[in-house]
Ligand binder design. Structure first.
Ligand code: FES
Length: 169
């Protein structure tokens, strides 16, 4: 799903990326691309939304792109996973983006999985919509929506139509 921008280009941007009710449970995810940044928004084990880069920290593979010889978890623009596994060499991340498995690197001296995680971004839910901001610090989303007179119902309808179109493709 592509994002919808909520502010002018010269200020930090919140982007509407999906509908929260589409990802109600831990492990539910939706994929989004903001500019050239491939993201996955996932509910972690506590049911909180996390916006993570989909770019594997090993060799920069977009973990949604295709299924490699090891398989992979992110298949399709929405789905459900227990963890996020890269289809290339099976590096595996938990639902907060922390690296928990690295088969090709486990034998390397001084390699510390605890120091590796997927970059994360600000994520927020307003009126049932999920927004992501790549910039830090993120501006106040509610204030930004209010200032711009954003109609969140119309935005939700638009995102629903986008999702339906993508499912049909
Ligand atoms: S590129 Fe992801 S595990 Fe190697």
């Amino acid at each position: 799903m592509n994002s919808i921008t909520t502010s002018p280009a010269d200020t930090p941007l919140w982007h509407a990326v999906g509908i929260a009710s589409d990802i109600p449970d831990p492990g539910n995810y939706l994929a989004a691309d903001i500019a050239s940044e491939p993201l996955v928004v996932v509910r972690n084990g506590d049911g909180e939304l996390r916006a993570l880069s989909r770019v594997c920290r090993h060799r920069g593979f977009d973990m949604l792109e295709g299924v490699g010889p090891q398989g992979g978890d992110l298949i399709g623009r929405t789905g459900s996973v227990k963890r996020i596994s890269c289809p290339y060499h099976a590096w595996t991340y938990d639902l907060d983006g922390q690296l928990i498995g690295a088969p090709v690197a486990d034998g390397i001296p001084d390699f510390d999985k605890g120091c590796v995680s997927l970059p994360s971004f600000e994520v927020a839910e307003v009126d049932g919509l999920v927004f992501v901001c790549l910039d830090a610090p993120a501006p106040d989303l509610a204030a930004q929506l209010s200032e711009q007179g954003t109609n969140t119902s119309a935005l939700a309808q638009h995102l629903s139509h986008d999702a339906i179109r993508e499912e049909k493709q």
